[in-house]
Design a protein around this ligand. Structure first.
Ligand SMILES: NC(=O)c1ccc[n+]([C@@H]2O[C@H](COP(=O)([O-])OP(=O)(O)OC[C@H]3O[C@@H](n4cnc5c(N)ncnc54)[C@H](OP(=O)(O)O)[C@@H]3O)[C@@H](O)[C@H]2O)c1
Length: 243
């Protein structure tokens, strides 16, 4: 039986993904810093799909714990999906280092820490798939969210380099760029429907990308073209835009 580890399992997308994999009879390891919040979800998956579901404590900011966390998994997973993330507030992050560092630690530092540990194990075994959910916010810095955006930029670059290292070791690395997701992360923020994916659509895109061994995936095709155009704008113009 295949085992899938989902990091950041209380994420709206993670719960959709777990439901899809449970239906397929895949053993799930749901990792979260608040596993108590997942106990009724676990029971639901077990009752509806006769699924095997383990809940494991995981805090991405506590990098000291990452090695023991991974060693405690039984069995070790063959597919890992990183879905944790923290948006934070840009206006607070630029004046309060605690807020900025949390954004950087969740989206980049902690992500690198856990991905390093898992990827060394996959490399030694010469098998495994790693999925990182990054963001189009990492493709060009904008005044409204460049702390979060720079952390995601770091994560995207990390995933690209890891994919490059792992290709000859039979380990596959997928980068998912979702665009906006109708999830609790942006609750209360009004985003255009055409630019916003449902958590289910993002989860399906992850499943498909793993099956088809895709490298970099934009969940909504429109974002690929938006970012193409955004990256073409010369800096002397871009810096004057209110984005
Ligand atoms: N929503 C969007 O518009 C959007 C757009 C582009 C990319 N993304 C990315 O998509 C991914 C999924 O996000 P989502 O939209 O599903 O948001 P979400 O529902 O808010 O999920 C975020 C997840 O990150 C977890 N997390 C935060 N800090 C953590 C920590 N210190 N340790 C462990 N887990 C932690 C949260 O756990 P708790 O429940 O314990 O807080 C939650 O499970 C994220 O990487 C996000 O950056 C989202």
């Amino acid at each position: 039986m295949q085992t899938v580890l989902i990091l950041g399992a209380t994420s709206t997308v993670a719960m959709e993904l777990a439901t899809i994999y449970a239906r397929k009879g895949i053993h799930l390891q749901l990792a979260s810093r608040q596993i108590r919040r997942l106990s009724s979800f676990k029971s639901d998956l077990e009752i509806r799909f006769n699924a095997k579901v383990d809940l494991v404590e995981f805090d991405v900011e506590n990098t000291e714990s990452h090695s023991d966390f991974y060693l405690s998994l039984e069995p070790r997973p063959s597919l890992v999906v990183c879905l944790f993330g923290h948006l934070g507030k840009q206006d607070e992050a630029v004046v309060d280092w605690k807020i900025a560092s949390r954004i950087l630690n969740v989206n980049f530092v902690g992500a690198v820490s856990i991905m390093n540990i898992i990827s060394r194990d996959f490399k030694a075994k010469r098998k495994g798939v790693l999925v990182g959910v990054s963001s189009v916010a990492g493709e060009r810095g904008r005044q409204s969210n460049f702390i979060y955006g720079s952390a995601k930029a770091g994560f995207t670059t990390y995933l690209s380099g890891l994919r490059n290292e792992m290709v000859t070791n039979n380990v596959h690395v997928v980068t998912i760029n979702p665009g906006f997701i109708r999830s609790k992360m942006i609750a209360g923020i009004d985003t255009p429907a055409i630019l916003t994916a449902s958590p289910h659509k993002v989860a399906l895109a992850i499943v498909k990308s793993v099956e088809k061994r895709k490298d970099v995936v934009y969940v909504l095709w429109i974002w690929k073209w938006i970012m193409f155009v955004i990256k073409l704008i010369p800096e002397f113009l871009f810096k004057r835009l209110n984005l």
